[in-house]
Design a protein around this ligand. Structure first.
Ligand code: NI
Length: 174
């Protein structure tokens, strides 16, 4: 895979924007006035296929620059991990992953993790998507912090191409 180095000047990160991590924020507030915001520049190396996909998405979504798209992506990332930090108490949830089972050891590791947390797992579905890829959904019920540990352990594995973790308090009035 070719590493694609990006021009650093594209990456001014507006630090003060991190105060506004809500998805429903008024973007004009964030991007309208940069005069009073301290900017930092960073350089990032990315595989060219990843950068290509990112560029396609930001173009479709009408971003005027990569910097804007990257600021939004970083905000979503921070927001997601803050949300992860709030997962406590009794929870039900799902972990969905797509992974490449030909990557050395991944199938065994995913099985080992599930056996370690077997007391949380109510059900799981495994679909062999194609020659290399598997899709697995794990349904969970139990202590939120343990559910989060299981989800993070699986999501961090090398060979996992997609992962989605959802959870809700098990006694929540919906
Ligand atoms: Ni499979």
């Amino acid at each position: 895979m070719i590493a694609n180095s990006i021009d650093c000047s594209e990456y001014e990160i507006q630090r003060s924007n991190f105060e506004f991590l809500d998805e429903f924020i008024d973007k004009s507030k964030l991007f309208g006035d940069t005069m009073e915001t301290e900017l930092m520049r960073i350089g990032v190396s990315l595989p060219d296929n990843l950068l290509g996909k990112f560029d396609e998405i930001i173009e479709k979504r009408g971003y005027s620059s990569r910097s804007e798209g990257i600021r939004d992506a970083i905000r979503s990332y921070i927001s997601y991990y803050e949300w992860m930090g709030d997962i406590k108490g009794n929870r039900v949830g799902t972990v969905a992953v797509i992974y490449d089972h030909t990557k050395r050891g991944i199938s065994n590791t995913i099985t080992d993790i599930q056996h370690h947390y077997s007391h949380l797992i109510k059900s799981s579905v495994h679909i062999h998507l194609d020659h290399d890829n598997c899709f697995e959904i794990i349904v969970l019920d139990g202590d939120g912090e343990e559910i989060k540990e299981l989800a993070e352990a699986i999501m961090a594995l090398k060979g996992v191409k997609f992962s989605k973790f959802t959870t809700v308090t098990s006694n929540e009035k919906i």
